[in-house]
Design a protein around this ligand. Structure first.
Ligand SMILES: [Mg+2]
Length: 254
């Protein structure tokens, strides 16, 4: 006879999620955990700064304002969700320069080659690994696209030691780059719903967080406070806010 299993309600911490997954696994039950990548498991600001630095070196004489910006560049807090805002903060204002930088940035940012310059959030790898080891299928659900970014996505997950390509993992990306992120995640969540019991969702976009919480009301929903699209909706109640993936006791200076 199967043991009684716990209900999903009121999971508020990653510890509780891992314990529940373990219990379900011991009872031969399938569980799923959904992780967004950009702004959730990974901080993309380093990718942007690396690209801007590369562009400023490569096109030096054409980009005097960007080159000058690196004389005073101090830390990543200058990097906003919007490249326009970042460039304004860096005092790059000449329209022709801004236009050229945006073109060159987009070519690189949305490509396989530059994803290795992302930085995992503190504790991200340990958290994913723990939930995976407990027996959940880890689903990387990202608005990156198959044509330009799947290879780099897999590469960077492997580089940092995240479980990828092995049993109990799944990477779901967009077929077309142009597809709207929210519509993509809404449609895919219908498919995921058929696969098994979703126990946890991790997102950094309030709109996606709300969509996934509505689709999986029993799952623990975590909102990672990094950066997100401007003008985002309010986060629905019942979604737990986290700054990163470290156990609360190991966060210092916060
Ligand atoms: Mg994201």
């Amino acid at each position: 006879m199967k043991k009684q299993t716990s209900p999903l309600k009121n999971l508020r911490t990653i510890d509780q999620v891992a314990d529940l997954v373990k219990e379900r696994t011991d009872n031969r039950r399938s569980t799923l955990a959904i992780f967004d990548l950009d702004g959730t498991l990974f901080d993309n600001r380093t990718r942007t700064m690396f690209i801007l630095r590369e562009i400023s070196e490569k096109f030096d004489s054409r980009l005097p304002q960007l080159s000058a910006a690196f004389n005073s560049f101090r830390d990543l807090s200058v990097v906003d969700y919007s490249l326009d805002v970042t460039l304004r903060r860096l005092k790059v204002r000449a329209p022709a320069e801004v236009h050229f930088i945006k073109q060159e940035w987009a070519k690189r940012f949305f490509s396989d080659e530059y994803q290795k310059y992302d930085m995992p959030l503190p504790g991200a790898k340990a958290c994913v690994e723990r939930i995976h080891k407990a027996g959940a299928t880890v689903i990387y659900l990202t608005g990156r696209d198959v044509g330009r970014m799947l290879v780099g996505t897999t590469e960077v997950l492997r580089l940092y030691g995240f479980p990828v390509g092995v049993a109990g993992t799944m990477t779901i990306v967009k077929k077309e780059f142009e597809q709207d992120d929210e519509i993509f995640k809404r449609e895919v969540s219908e498919y995921i719903d058929r696969l098994g019991e979703v126990v946890a969702v991790f997102e950094n976009e309030p709109a996606n967080s709300n969509i996934l919480q509505a689709r999986f009301p029993g799952a623990a929903s975590f909102f990672v406070e990094t950066q997100h699209r401007p003008g985002a909706p309010r986060l629905n109640p019942g979604i737990a806010r986290i700054k990163d993936f470290r156990p609360a006791g190991r966060r210092t200076g916060r």
